[in-house]
Structures are given as structure tokens and as C-alpha cells.
Design a protein. Sequence first.
Length: 194
Amino acid sequence: MHLKVNGNDIDVTLEDEKTVGDVLKSFEDEASQNDATTVGIVLDGEVVSPDRFDAVLDRPLENGTSLELTVLSKGQLVQSLKDISARIGQLKLDEIPVLLQGGKDKEVASIIDGLASDCNDFFHTATMSSLFPEVYGKLTVEGASFIDFFKDFLPILSDFKDAMEGNDTVTVGDLAEYEIGPRLKAVMQAIATL
């Protein structure tokens, strides 16, 4: 059997493991002792999607079985959140109204592209935090859970997108300065508590 973890070859000695499920269970037990968990599985070159996971558990191990695992540690997750927070802190959302008035559409577009990318990364990483209940439980934004915070935040981002598409520069500026900016600062404060 050939095992890779996060792209690195791992020497493995099988004891009582006879199936892919046995190996995955043993590995996950070890990973959890190190504040880590498996977030991706490739078996014999094919990605194992969540809906196919149960189907591969009983597959017998063979000499040529290849298993590639992607593992995420609690420390990596927290660092990713802090990195995203730092990038969010560099966005100049409060400058959007002045830039729009000055006709500096390219600078505004650059800020908005950064906002979209950082929000996407943040939403994905925050969702991954649910794999570590002690981290997820600490992450509250203005007293709300991440789920409740996002439920309130997503309509604002949708309004922002609509305003951008409609060339409504007044609404774009107002949402950036008075709605999105303060919420992102609250997110940064929540991440700082980790």
C-alpha cells in the first residue's frame, strides 16, 4: 500500500488493517490526537467525494492500493483565518465613495475584487472551522454565531453586487463604508480572539 499525506510519502506498516476503511479509521484516530482531521481523500487516483465515502470503506487493501490524504490541523486553520483577517484589514473600503466620485473605477474594481476573493476565502475557511468545535465555538461575531452572522451579511453583499451591476455608485459607496466595512472589522476582531 502507498500512502501520501499532504503530498508527502508516508511509510506505513499495516497491522490489522484489511480494508480502506480500517486504514482511514486508524489514520483519523492518530490525526485527532494531534488536533488534525482528514479533509480530502484520493483513492487509486480518484477523488472520493462525500457521497462515495461509504462505498470505498469496505474495499480490500492490495499491494498497489494508493491512498492520498489531505489533512488540516487546528493550527493551520487558525493561521489561515488570521491571514485572511490581515488581508481584509488592508482593503480600503472606506475610500470607495471618494474613489468613485473621482472617477477612479479601476482602483474601486481592484478593491472589490480583493473583497470578493477575501470573503470567499473567509466563508470557506470559517465553514471548515466546524471541524474543530473548540475553534468554531469561540468564533462569534458581535455575539452571533458565524451562521447567523452570515445570514445577515449575505443579503448586504447581494445588494452590493446589484448596485455594482446597476452602476449605482451612491449605493455602492454607502454599502462599502457603512455596512460591509464595519462587519468586516467585527470579523477581524472575532478572529483576533483565537
